[in-house]
Design a protein around this ligand. Sequence first.
Ligand SMILES: N[C@@H](CCC(=O)N[C@@H](CS)C(=O)NCC(=O)O)C(=O)O
Length: 213
Amino acid sequence: MKLYGYWRSSATYRVRIALALKGVDYEYEPVNLLKGEQKSDAYREKNPMGLVPTLIGDDGAVVAQSLAIMEYIEETAPAPSILPATPGERARARMIAATIACEAQPFMNLRMQKYLREDLSLDENAVATWLDRFTGGAMRAAEAMAAKSAGAFCVGDAPSIADCCLVPQMYGAQRFDIDTSGMPTLNAIYERCQRLPAFDKARPENQPDAVKG
Ligand SMILES: N[C@@H](CCC(=O)N[C@@H](CS)C(=O)NCC(=O)O)C(=O)O
């Protein structure tokens, strides 16, 4: 498999965690978002949204969107599963994953941040208020969801697609200074995940394109 991504991209980080949990080897092709490489014609041929990540499967499938990529990885490398055992729990894991990936993270991405600052000329206070309302609001909803299903992880006692989304979101929240103090369940799971080798391997700082310092 080949993963196109960027070290600090939270959506790429999700996929790296899923691959590491399953012990799947892959080739990594950095796409430098700060240089705008995601907007090149060659990259958009693979990912028409011009966003990372994109995964090229061993069967030649070209898959964009981290949630779809993780489902593809789950189907092509089923063990260990990153989906819980029962339909209800699987739906819950997907629900928390989607709340983070579709409702919280989009407001943190580069093009949105640029638009707020450069096109709408919002100052840092306005951007922070905006982020707390939308990203923080969705994270508070994810906290309420996880509080009902968590054991050691977001749904029960095994890491799932929800945790693959949670960890990068908490990392991003720290970067963007979003207040997570009212999220005890998410913080406890985040701390626990950080101590596991698969999550450590997937950390932004451990990627070949990471910029130190
Ligand atoms: N829904 C997409 C989101 C992907 C996304 O937001 N990628 C960001 C990095 S985390 C990106 O490529 N940003 C580039 C830009 O905004 O120009 C997914 O889950 O894959």
